[in-house]
Structure formats: C-alpha cells, structure tokens
Design a protein around this ligand. Structure first.
Ligand code: UFG
Length: 326
C-alpha cells in the first residue's frame, strides 16, 4: 500500500512511464504527470491520475506548474532513447536528457523534494568486458544516449552529497512487453526496438524485418539480449521508492532478467504466441551492437527483494499479442 507519497512522473504517458503510473495507482499513490506528448499517448494515462500537465521539462514555467502540486517524489522517464539517433543528433539528446534533467533537479531543490527515481540504462556500460554485467562493470558508453544517462548518474552523486537528493538509478536492460493485465493498448510510435518490430511484422504491417547479423559468437549467430518485461520494471520502481523512503540512501541497480535470448529465439517465440509468420531477412551487423548482453540483477534482489517474474519470452509476447493483433 502507499505511504502518502505524492509523485510527479515525467514522461508518464510514454511507454515505460505509463506502465509505472498504472502500478503506482494500483498501489494507491497519488500521481501527477508532466508529458510533452511528443511520443506519449493520452489513451495510456490511468484515469486515477490526479493531474496531467502538457509541458516540457526544458521549460521552467511548466515545471513550476508541476511542482505546485506539492509532490514529494519525482519519477523521471521523459528522455529520448534511440541510441542510433543520439550519434547523429547529440544536441537533441543533450538538451532533453541532460539539460532537462538538470532543470528538474533545480526544481526539486526549489520545492524541497528529495526522492528521485531515475530511468537509467544498461547503455552506460558499453561493450561488455565480462558477463553477466553487474554494477561494478566499467561504464564506457558506446553511444551518446548512454553517455547522457551516465552524465546524469554522475550529477546525481553530487546532488546527493551536496544537497541531500536521494536517488535510485535503475539501469534497465532491454525493456519490452505490455501490461500483463492487458490494460494498456496504445502502441509506441515509430519503434526502433526488436520486439515491437517483430510484432508489427507478425501483424503484416511490415512485409519483412531485418535481422542484424548472424555471425556473432553465439549459438545461432544472432545477438543475445536480456529482455525485461515492463511490468517487472514497474514493480521495481515502486520498490525503489519504498527503499528511498525507508533507507534514506541512494541506490544504483541493474534491472534485467538474467537470461539471454537471441534475435531468432525472439522471432520464434513471437511466431508461437501470435500464430503468425514473421518474415525476416538476415542482413549485415548494425554498428555498435555487442554480441551478448546479460545482466546480473543480484543487487536489485539484495536491496529491493526484486526479481523478474514475467520476463520469459513467451510471457512477453503473450502480453503483446492483443496490443498488436487486436
Ligand atoms: N535487432 C534486429 N532487427 C531489428 C531491431 C533490432 O535484428 O529490426 C536486433 C539488434 O541488432 C539487437 C537486438 O535486436 O541485437 C535488440 O535490439 P534493440 O534495438 O531492441 O535493443 P538494443 O539492445 O540495441 O538497446 C536496447 C535499448 C537501449 C538500451 C539497451 C540496454 O534500445 O536504450 O537496450 O541493453 F540501452
């Protein structure tokens, strides 16, 4: 149950944000959303949310409106997340992911809000030097997007030390799936990730998809990733907030399922769950793709008592079936 924490969620209409908002509302928390609706969807906003501010974290007047709600924690999802695009347009990523977050921290201090739950990413690690990747793994991002997440984590250490901000930096591996209870149906716009592309292909909206490389050092030659169900991610956010409230110390943890699936495993599972054929073509490797990325989430279990429950590929694709195939 909730502990009377009133939460501001940035990007609360987005893919991960809307799932976390639903779980926060299920737990009885009061939620206020700020979203600029560049990618967020109104249809995915839970009806129990107390207010939705159409606004941008880069705009201080919008933040003033959001913080006027007397919130006492912030969950921050509003960010660009396409790694490839970040290499072509770093300025776009700097302004939103870095400057926007620093604005948000400024307003947290102004309104004396101390607890911050931050959407970080496994992209902070870069190419794996060993597997599974734990939180002690060196952080050498391979793309600018990963750098923006690391830059904020570094700033958070200082804001903790200098200003008493308590943060949970949650390093997601490959977020996927839709609400296991089937309550969220608005699809991500222009997806760049594997599982929505697989489902669009299953639905016949794409004639064929591409598999980027089958010459990696993995059993079937295609890349292995750690796919984590968004409903599992949502649970971890609620636990992270409780941790900050109870322990009053900051936290940096991986959120992964600790299990790797290849691109072809993913395609097969989607075919099985959907009963449709997924046409694909093997093409060359995508630049910057490591062959194998799997998390250790032992620390999340130790600190939060969290473990993935819904992150096997079959459960993931069952949860996507209705969203993509009706
Ligand atoms: N892939 C294809 N075809 C596609 C899309 C993807 O074969 O059309 C392959 C990729 O080559 C990769 C795998 O599917 O091997 C997963 O690719 P995604 O683009 O879905 O995800 P990434 O592993 O590249 O990155 C994702 C998020 C990042 C996050 C990272 C953390 O997009 O934001 O996981 O592990 F940082």
């Amino acid at each position: 149950m909730s502990d009377n924490t009133k939460i501001l969620v940035t990007g609360g209409a987005g893919y991960i944000g809307s799932h976390v908002v639903k779980q926060l509302c299920d737990e009885g928390y009061e939620v206020v959303i700020i979203d600029n609706f560049s990618l967020g969807l109104r249809q995915n906003i839970d009806s129990r949310v107390s207010d939705v501010i159409e606004g941008d974290i880069r705009n201080e007047a919008d933040l003033e409106k959001a913080f006027a709600h007397n919130v006492n924690a912030v969950f921050h999802f509003a960010a660009w997340k396409a790694a490839g695009e970040s290499m072509e347009d770093p300025d776009k990523y700097a302004k939103n992911n870095i400057c926007g977050t620093l604005n948000l921290l400024k307003y947290m201090l102004k309104f004396n809000v101390k607890n911050f739950v931050f959407s970080s990413s496994a992209a902070v690690y870069g190419n794996p030097q060993y597997l599974p990747i734990d939180e002690k793994h060196p952080t050498v991002p391979e793309n600018y997007y990963g750098y923006t997440k690391l830059a904020i984590e570094e700033n958070l250490k200082w804001y903790d030390k200098l200003k008493g901000i308590r943060y949970a930096a949650l390093r997601y591996f490959n977020a996927t799936g839709y609400d296991v209870k089937g309550r969220l149906n608005g699809r991500e716009k222009n997806p760049a990730n594997l599982s929505p592309i697989v489902m669009e292909t299953a639905a016949g909206e794409r004639a064929q998809m591409q598999v980027f490389g089958n010459d990696y050092d993995t059993p079937d030659g295609t890349c292995i990733r750690d796919y984590i169900h968004v409903s599992d991610l949502a649970t971890a956010h609620v636990l992270a907030l409780r941790y900050l409230n109870e322990k009053e110390e900051s936290l940096v943890v991986n959120l992964g399922a600790e299990k790797g699936y290849s691109v072809l495993d993913v395609i097969k599972s989607a075919e099985k769950s959907s009963g449709r054929k997924v046409n694909y073509k093997i093409v060359g490797r995508r630049e910057g793709d490591p062959g194998n990325l799997v998390a250790s989430s032992a620390l999340a279990f130790e600190k939060l008592g969290w473990k993935a429950q819904y992150s096997d590929v079959d459960t993931i694709f069952k949860s996507m079936k209705n969203v993509y195939l009706g």
